[in-house]
Structures are given as C-alpha cells and as structure tokens.
Design a protein around this ligand. Structure first.
Ligand code: SF4
Ligand code: SF4
Ligand code: SF4
Length: 272
C-alpha cells in the first residue's frame, strides 16, 4: 500500500493522499504529500474511522483540480458515491485504496463490523430507544409510545453539532440547523424535535449509514437508527439505495445551487 501511494504521488496520479498516521500512539487523519514523500512510510491502516472524504470535499472546494487519493473502507466508498452524485467531488480526481474492513462489501446498509453494539442501561431501555434496535423493532412501540421514547432521546441533545460536523454527506454552505427560523440560535437546549427532524429529513436519500454521527454524539442518541428509519422510507417508496445507486437522490429537490455549494474552509475564529 505504502509503495503504491508513493508511486501515485511521484507520477502525478494524485497530489495528496488522505490516510492515517500514528501520533503519540493515536492514529490520526493525515494528509501525505509529494513534498514529504518519506512520511508515506508512516501511513498506517489502523482501526480508526474518520470521514476522510469530508476532508477531501473541503480540499476540492478550495482547489477544484486537486487530485486526491484516500483510504476507503466500504462506508468511505458509499460516501464518495453520494458526493459524486451531488457534485461535491469529481470522481476523475479521486483515487482510492480499498480497505476491505467489512465482509458485506458495499451491501446497502448492512451491519458493519466496525460499529459495535452498545451496552444500553435499564432506564434507556425503559423510556428511550435502544441504539441496537432496527427500524422494524421501533415500530413495535406504536405511534404514541414511539414518539415519547424519541422525545426522551432528543431532549438529551446539547446542540454541539458534532453529528453534523462529522457527517461526510453534510456539506451545505448554509446549514438549516443554524437558520433562526427553524432552530433558534444562542439557546440551549435546542428546539426539539425540530432540530433532529430537520436533520433526519435532510439525511433521507443521503445518509450512507456510517454511524460516525452516533459515535460522535456525546449524549448517546441513536442517530444511526433515526436515519436508517428515514432511509427505509426512501427505499420503500423509491427503491433508492443511498451510497450504492448511481442516480441522483429522489430528494435532490432539497438542495439548490445555493444551499449545496461546497462550504469553503473558514479559518477558526477565537471563540469558535
Ligand atoms: S450515519 Fe450519520 S454521519 Fe454517517 S452519513 Fe448517516 S448521518 Fe452522516
Ligand atoms: S442543511 Fe441539512 S444536510 Fe445540509 S449540512 Fe445542515 S444538516 Fe446537513
Ligand atoms: S451530536 Fe448529539 S448532542 Fe450533539 S447536536 Fe448531534 S444529536 Fe445533539
């Protein structure tokens, strides 16, 4: 793998390679370049999961012609497919080194060996939504109880935006979750269930079920399950398999040329 990446950088197939490097025994996302070719020896496969394609999207927004290489597990590949469809990345400018981490290669929404089952406490089992359930399992609650259980989960939200920020397919220049008409800014807790339902609607036909949002959520809200539920509706209605279909999402109407422009990288401001 390392030799292939070096060769790609040397012969101009790619300008940069996004992978992982161990820093103080922690595998961190890292951008390998032609100028520091020797660093490619430090490229590791690791068990880390990160939305490298999100970094790629930011790079392409600033340098549209940059040729990007990256490690790609199944979930990365599904996200890339969505980003190609939504014109956030040009497939001609992306080369991947496949990492076959999951036996269910590119199966739609298959359980992923990297997503561990949660140990859910008795109180959550009693009043909330067990992260390990399937969309079908949740239907057994019925409308009223199901609503109450989801509201229990949503009211834990601290509006940290971690779910949106880590998500490889959240790329809007202006995010509805920061739009004052939908979600009040400057207040905690967020307006529920609006905050979560807005995001859920936007993930319909877009979420590739990587589970990174749920990993990032400090409040253990079963976000992956929520988005599986909306994607199941898309699947049932339109037979559209997010991340594996080469066609535009049936909900592409949600985006227009303004809201779906790549978000330019903004330097961090004090207090951000
Ligand atoms: S599982 Fe979460 S982070 Fe991954 S694509 Fe879906 S919404 Fe985004
Ligand atoms: S508007 Fe929706 S899809 Fe776009 S970044 Fe915000 S939450 Fe994600
Ligand atoms: S990561 Fe969890 S706590 Fe943070 S905004 Fe998203 S749902 Fe809320």
């Amino acid at each position: 793998m390392n030799n292939r990446v070096k060769a790609w950088l040397e012969d101009g197939t790619i300008d940069v390679f996004l992978g992982y490097k161990e820093v103080d025994h922690h595998p961190l996302p890292y951008c390998f370049t032609r100028e520091r070719l020797e660093e490619v020896d430090d490229l590791v496969l690791s068990t880390a999961r990160y939305s490298l394609e999100k970094i790629a999207t930011h790079m392409a927004a600033v340098e549209p012609d940059v040729k990007i290489g990256m490690l790609a597990r199944d979930c990365n590949q599904r996200a890339l497919n969505v980003l190609y469809i939504w014109n956030q990345l040009n497939p001609d400018n992306v080369s991947t080194v496949s990492v076959n981490c999951c036996p269910s290669r590119l199966k739609e929404h298959a359980d992923c060996s990297y997503l561990e089952t949660e140990n859910v406490g008795p109180y959550k089992k009693q009043v909330g939504v067990d992260n390990n359930l399937t969309p079908e399992d949740v239907e057994m609650y019925g409308k009223e109880e199901g609503f109450d259980r989801w509201m229990y989960e949503f009211q834990k939200c601290i509006k940290c935006y971690g779910c949106r920020n880590i998500c490889p397919v959240c790329f809007c220049k202006e995010c509805s979750l920061e739009h004052g008409d939908l979600v009040r800014t400057g207040t905690l807790l967020p307006d529920i269930p609006v905050f979560h339902l807005v995001r859920a609607v936007h993930m319909a036909g877009r979420c590739i079920d990587c589970g990174l949002c749920e990993d990032a959520c400090p409040m253990d809200i079963p976000l992956r399950l929520l988005y599986q539920k909306v994607n199941k509706i898309v699947m049932d209605l339109f037979d559209y398999k997010t991340g594996t279909s080469a066609e535009q999402s049936p909900f592409s109407i949600l985006g227009d040329t303004v809201t779906l422009e790549p978000k330019p990288i903004q330097p961090a401001q004090p207090g951000d």
